[in-house]
Design a protein around this ligand. Structure first.
Ligand SMILES: [Cu+2]
Length: 218
């Protein structure tokens, strides 16, 4: 039953836990309702000589099937709120920041360079290629040049729209080196389906090597 892509982010486990919890609850309710509906269709079908009865309902039953779902919904919303706040509202501090700008139809990725500052001469722009080290908090400043795009890292359980005129901060921390998809997940025009970048998660040594190559070449 695990059909989500591999999780390689520090907070992905929390998102997956909530996803599967809600998935199993709704799945169980779906089966329960469907089985009851089919059973009632058969049990109470029209038969010759059988008269309909007039029922006023059952107060105890009605209280139970109102209170139980209400308690489940309230519990789920508190649990989701805690995870949401941790991921969306409180980006942990980090000295690793990149700027990602969505535009029709690619991702412009801006690295601040060795001085760690944007808009200086050692900045480096790459198209559709985001390189980061493993085990480090990566802060991503999201922008858009034209329409709404969406920065999506399925393996990290991270999705955040990029909105023209705004800068939105997202973050993630990779737990495993590798190459991961970075598609745009907001229909943004005729080239939307081709708007795809890659996230390269390196070991610290590999990352240092990549930085050296990139900045000595430019
Ligand atoms: Cu897009």
């Amino acid at each position: 039953m695990s059909w989500l892509p591999e999780n390689v982010s520090t907070y992905g486990g929390e998102v997956d836990f909530l996803f599967y919890l809600i998935y199993y609850i709704t799945g169980a309710v779906f089966i329960l309702v469907t089985v009851a509906m089919i059973a009632f269709l058969v049990m109470y079908r029209q038969r010759p000589g059988r008269r309909a009865i007039y029922s006023h309902g059952n107060t105890t039953l009605e209280i139970i099937w109102t209170v139980v779902p209400a308690v489940i919904f309230v519990a789920l919303s508190f649990m989701s709120q805690a995870t949401w706040a941790r991921i969306k509202s409180h980006a942990p501090p980090s000295d690793f920041e990149v700027q990602v700008t969505g535009k029709q139809f690619n991702w412009e990725i801006l690295y601040p360079g060795p001085d760690g500052k944007f808009e200086t001469s050692d900045d480096l722009m790459a198209e559709n290629e985001l390189h980061v080290p493993v085990g480090k908090v990566v802060r991503v400043r999201l922008r858009s040049k034209d329409v709404i795009h969406s920065f999506y890292l399925p393996n990290f359980r991270l999705r955040q729209d990029t909105v023209p005129g705004r800068e939105i901060l997202a973050w993630f921390e990779a737990t495993k080196p590798g190459k991961y998809e970075l598609p745009c997940s907001q229909l943004c025009g005729f080239g939307h389906s081709g708007m795809k970048g890659w996230l390269y998660v390196h070991t610290p040594e590999e990352y240092a090597k990549w930085v050296k190559e990139k900045w000595s070449a430019s």
